[in-house]
Ligand binder design. Structure first.
Ligand code: ATP
Ligand code: MG
Length: 424
């Protein structure tokens, strides 16, 4: 690289961002809640790699989807292979099922995962290039009760995290049997208004008119609202599945609305499609999207295994969640001299094994300076270890919240902290 190039300021890549400790704490809470809830429903974590062969998404996500045509982070590695940073999770799970023959395990398979996804989206509020999803997958269960189960589970998580004003939009996008007739009707309708559509949708009118429903351009949306509705074209099997799904949603008391233009941005959906929106999100109002993909595993050359799942955007979720950060309770060690330092290290070591958070800093300070430091960083407790304390084998412990001071051996004080910690 040439030396003359101006030095660019080092900063995170456009559309990506750092999650600093204050905020990361909120993420940890949300993730822990999600994992706890999913476990209650029998879901287990499946962790797949971040990078995958590009053809996995071309095949899985679909060649005409926005993700594959415009949004993938693809590069060639040193071995000349085309690699893609995963834009979504489902194809990876399908690959893992086939690779490890998970279909031979008792069915259905229920998985969850939380992690980063990558899309070359236009960065703006609620839209990033590295973002995070909470992902749910079920394979081998065709009962519409499971479609409702994952919606109810998503609602439980949203409620737990204090998300309000949510509405679930639902639709059925039919199956291989009923979609061709609908596709034909749609193609005719799209051709009739082709000149009113944006250039992108004019192209879609020829190759996959269903994708016009994804377009956010107002004139295209207007045109799309006059198109025939998939729900009028469903075969008896899809119609019954949809009805049953709605019945279970009613059973759970879930606030939903049938939205016949909801087709979702991926090519692989069959039957159920849904989106959870909240008015608090503004333009990027979808916090969660999901649906069924009954043909996907087979199309990948795997067994005939139906699937359903959802993906929830963590950034969008957290922008509308109300999560209280618990107070971090820790002990600050105010010691004097080398001997006091060593005693602090030994005590902290013991206390940590009892589950007490301890902070030992290494700057030589006087007692007053220790206290002002402890105050500044928000310690709940200060343990004083000076000459006096060392010779007596008893230490002073100060509760910084109520200014009460205690004296005792290391064992006694540890017990006191643990007891008081349990009370708060
Ligand atoms: P949108 O229409 O907003 O682009 P999408 O249909 O592309 O959404 P999905 O593929 O269904 O999104 O992904 C599920 C969820 O992931 C979305 O509902 C959203 O919460 C989140 N999500 C998708 N893309 C992004 C992004 N670029 N930045 C942040 N969150 C995103
Ligand atoms: Mg998108």
């Amino acid at each position: 690289m040439s030396q003359e190039q101006p030095k660019k300021e080092l900063s995170a890549i456009k559309g990506t961002r750092d999650i600093l400790p204050e905020e990361a704490r909120i993420w940890q809470i949300a993730e822990a809640q999600a994992k706890e809830i999913f476990t209650l429903y029998g879901y287990r974590e499946l962790r797949a790699p971040i990078i995958e062969p590009t053809e996995l998404f071309e095949k899985g996500t679909g060649a005409s989807s926005d993700i594959v045509t415009k949004e993938m982070y693809t590069f060639t590695d040193k071995g000349g292979r085309s690699i893609t940073l995963r834009p979504e999770y489902t194809p990876s799970v399908v690959r893992a099922i086939i690779e490890h023959r998970l279909d031979l395990q008792p069915l259905p398979l229920r998985f969850y995962y939380i992690g980063p996804m990558f899309r070359y989206d236009k960065p703006q509020k609620g839209r990033y290039r590295q973002f995070h999803q909470i992902d749910i997958e079920v394979f081998g269960e065709k009962d519409p009760a499971v479609d409702a189960e994952i919606v109810e589970m998503a609602h439980r998580l949203l409620k737990k995290l204090g998300v309000e004003n949510v509405l679930t939009l639902v639709n059925s996008v039919g199956c291989k049997k009923c979609r061709p007739a609908y596709g034909e009707a749609l193609r005719k309708a799209a051709q009739a208004v082709k000149e009113k559509l944006c250039p992108d949708c004019q192209r879609k009118a020829d190759i996959n008119p269903l994708r016009i429903f994804d377009c956010k351009v107002e004139t295209c949306r207007e045109a799309a609202s006059t198109f025939p509705k998939i729900t009028d074209y469903l075969c008896p099997d899809c119609r019954q599945h949809f009805q049953k799904f709605l019945e279970y949603l009613d059973f759970y008391g879930i606030n939903y609305q049938v939205e016949p233009t909801l087709v979702r941005g991926l090519d692989y959906y069959t039957k159920t499609a849904f989106e959870i929106v909240t008015e608090n999100l503004g333009a990027q109002n979808a916090v969660c999207g999901g649906g069924r993909y009954d043909d996907m595993v087979r199309e990948f050359g795997g067994p005939d295994l139906c699937g359903i799942g959802f993906a929830m955007g963590v950034e969008r979720l957290l922008s509308v969640a109300r999560i209280e950060k618990p107070r971090d309770s820790f002990v600050y060690f105010a010691y004097m001299g080398e001997e006091g330092k060593k005693q602090s290290l030994a005590t902290a070591r013991l206390w940590r094994s009892k589950g007490i958070e301890c902070l030992v800093e290494f700057k030589d300070r006087g007692l007053k300076a220790h206290f002002s430091r402890a105050n500044k960083i928000g310690a709940d407790w200060v343990l004083i270890i000076g000459q006096d304390e060392l010779s007596k084998g008893k230490f002073q412990l100060k509760n910084m919240l109520d200014s009460k001071q205690y004296e005792g051996t290391s064992e006694e004080l540890a017990e006191l902290i643990l007891k008081q910690g349990q009370k708060t």
